[in-house]
Design a protein around this ligand. Structure first.
Ligand SMILES: [Zn+2]
Length: 384
């Protein structure tokens, strides 16, 4: 019994692998990992009529389960993480919203401990280095021009766990900050930006590799002023984040991005705030009051959309209702691409032997039925 008794064979499902979908496939879980072969006494779990896909990777997420990653206690942050895990997100980056520099540095210290103990995959600083013209749900009076010294201060406070900064790269200090981040292997993401097409091209050439929630909080695509959207969509070095909650983007905009960039350059994100997996009501996003009604979060003052209440299982399900987006495309953009960007594709992001046993069970209609993380069921597929 000992040693191999914890082997489980998940059998009979349609398994989505990097090479394509396998009908009646098997994934073998041994301990915390996916194994290449199973012992004879392995337990068999029958998943016929289900899909088996890799655990989701969310690189842009501000909270959930009533908890904020920007202001919550450690226990609250863990509640937020747990809420998203129950919805299939087995790898998660905590995003902060604009705050005072010292406050953000202090938050980085707290969140970095959760990265070090394996509960988070990193920290994403969204603001304060963003444009007042496209501030969305960020406090205008706390916005700053990107300053490499201040970027550095936050990177240091995060002790190597900062994975991404969202910057309005057209502002003074923007290009220098992009260069600094790129040199240190931290993602420079273009977002909350008022940049022109040409300014965006310059930032990409300097090393920016991600578009923060493409289409949202940036100038729209216009035929004489194509702006950041055209520059970000056309450049093969850039991955574009998309919020597929039915509020931030029209399905046709999502489809356009998938088809123009290709599924290998899309990352589905939630941009979730505290109300995700929790419910309607009054919340805080950093210093700003937010009202959530019918699942849509808006600032109390100004009515701007203030993050989403999305979870990635819903983003997956919605994507499958859009013509011409295939299940393999969704899996790539919800797991493999963000895992690659975050530098953790050797451990997560696909169902391959040797990787963490992070996986999601969906029914034939792509509704979430089970979640496993590091070999442990977070939600068991047979307790229905
Ligand atoms: Zn944003």
């Amino acid at each position: 019994m000992a040693g191999r008794a914890d082997s489980t064979v998940l059998a009979g499902a349609r398994v989505v692998l990097p090479t394509g979908t396998v009908e009646n496939g098997r994934v073998i879980v041994e301990g915390t990992r996916i194994a290449g072969s199973a012992p004879e006494d392995a337990r068999i779990v029958d998943l016929s009529d289900h899909w088996l896909v890799p655990g989701f990777v969310d690189m842009h997420n501000h909270g959930g389960g009533g908890a904020s990653f920007t202001s919550g206690t450690v226990d609250e942050v863990l509640t937020g993480i747990r809420t998203h895990r129950e919805h299939g997100t087995t790898t998660l980056v905590a995003s902060t919203v604009t705050g005072e520099l010292d406050f953000l540095a202090q938050r980085a210290g707290i969140l970095s401990e959760l990265v070090e103990q394996g509960d988070l995959a990193g920290i994403h600083f969204e603001g304060p280095f963003i444009s007042p013209c496209r501030k969305g749900a960020h406090s205008e009076d706390l916005l700053r021009h990107p300053d490499p010294a201040e970027v550095r201060k936050l990177m240091d406070a995060a002790r190597g766990t900062a994975k991404m900064f969202t910057l309005a790269t057209e502002l003074p200090g923007g290009i220098e900050s992009v260069r600094l981040l790129a040199e240190h292997g931290v993602i420079a993401a273009i977002g909350h930006t008022d940049a022109t097409y040409e300014q965006t091209v310059e930032a990409i050439d300097a090393g920016a590799t991600v578009a923060t929630h493409l289409f949202n909080a940036m100038p729209p695509l216009a035929h004489r002023a194509p702006g950041p959207i055209a520059a970000l969509l056309e450049d093969e070095r850039v991955t574009v984040e998309l919020i597929n909650d039915g509020t931030h983007l029209h399905p046709a905009a999502l489809e356009l991005a998938y088809h123009h960039a290709g599924a290998d350059r899309v990352a589905l994100i939630t941009d979730a705030m505290d109300a995700a997996g929790f419910g309607d009501g009054r919340y805080q996003l950093g210093p700003l009051a937010v009202e959530v009604k019918d699942g849509v979060a808006r600032l109390v003052e100004g009515n701007s959309i203030a993050g989403s209440t999305l979870t990635l299982d819903t983003a997956f399900h919605r994507a499958m209702t859009i013509d011409r987006i295939r299940v393999e495309d969704v899996v790539q953009s919800i797991s493999a691409n963000p895992a690659r960007l975050l530098g953790v594709y050797d451990r997560v992001g696909s169902l391959e032997p040797g990787k963490d046993a992070d996986l999601v069970v969906l029914d034939a209609d792509f509704a979430l039925k089970g979640v496993m993380r590091k070999g442990e069921w977070i939600t068991e597929p047979w307790t229905d």
